[in-house]
Design a protein around this ligand. Structure first.
Ligand SMILES: C[S@@+](CC[C@H](N)C(=O)[O-])C[C@H]1O[C@@H](n2cnc3c(N)ncnc32)[C@H](O)[C@@H]1O
Length: 226
């Protein structure tokens, strides 16, 4: 199973659950709120596609307490105002199989590397030109490449939610930002200036940020730094 992460059998269904900290719950609370605003706000105007680029098995378990809670894929399929379509990408075969059981046909589960060119083309087809997308990149490191995000969003309307590990942010802030993050910063309209590293230095070991498609779309016109 996925390197570096720990999994336990869920007390509820016996399938693997991702061992997480309290911060994961906080991250997912923000994501769930964004999903709800996204779906309710535009339900009469747009078809809505949720894409989870690194979906996991669907359930998490808090390390200290043993409490179990829904991961991002189950939050998506359990939305009160549902997405028109949900596509969940997971690279690990056993986790993808567990996820498929948990979503019970309410989403398409794809076992694949989320950076695979053919997959991204398929996701672009699902988005089409007349739908709005919400894509979540729940990075463990910098797993979802900039090329993937740029290709996915080129000529498509997609809001992005991206998780960065705070350790990476701190390290890159101290040592100079690598090209990859600088490119993302530019492409998302300058998230660094919005204080992410300062927040990152606080308690949470990871930080997510949202880049609405309007911001992303506008700043995609800017040349990327060389
Ligand atoms: C942080 S976990 C996802 C947690 C999930 N968002 C949740 O809320 O429960 C990241 C997942 O991405 C998967 N993964 C890692 N690299 C991947 C890749 N290149 N393509 C697809 N999945 C990948 C891992 O197997 C792991 O299950």
């Amino acid at each position: 199973m996925s390197g570096g992460s720990e999994y336990r059998a869920s007390a509820a269904d016996g399938l693997p659950a991702r061992v997480s900290g309290a911060w994961a719950r906080e991250k997912l609370e923000y994501l769930a709120k964004y999903m709800s605003i996204f779906n309710v706000g535009i339900k009469n105007k747009w078809e809505r596609v949720y894409i989870d680029l690194m979906a996991g098995p669907g359930r998490c378990v808090e390390d200290d307490t043993g409490d179990e809670f829904d991961g991002s894929p189950l939050l998506a399929v359990n939305q009160k105002e549902p997405f028109t379509e949900t596509v969940l990408v997971e690279g690990d075969a056993a986790l993808a199989a567990a996820l498929r059981q948990r979503v019970e046909g309410r989403a398409t589960v794809v076992e694949a590397d989320c950076n695979h060119t053919a997959l991204i083309e398929q996701l672009r087809d699902r988005l089409g030109y007349g739908r709005l997308g919400l894509a979540f990149a729940d990075n463990l490191g910098l797993d979802v490449t900039l090329a993937t995000l740029l290709t996915l969003t080129q000529d498509r309307k997609v809001d992005l939610c991206i998780t960065f590990q705070v350790g990476d942010l701190k390290r890159y802030q101290d040592n100079g930002w690598p090209r990859h993050l600088l490119e993302m910063q530019s492409a998302s309209g300058g998230w660094r200036e919005r204080g992410a590293p300062r927040r990152a230095a606080a308690a949470l070991p990871c930080q997510s940020f949202f880049a609405p498609s309007t911001t992303w779309g506008c700043s995609r016109q800017d040349p990327l730094p060389r």
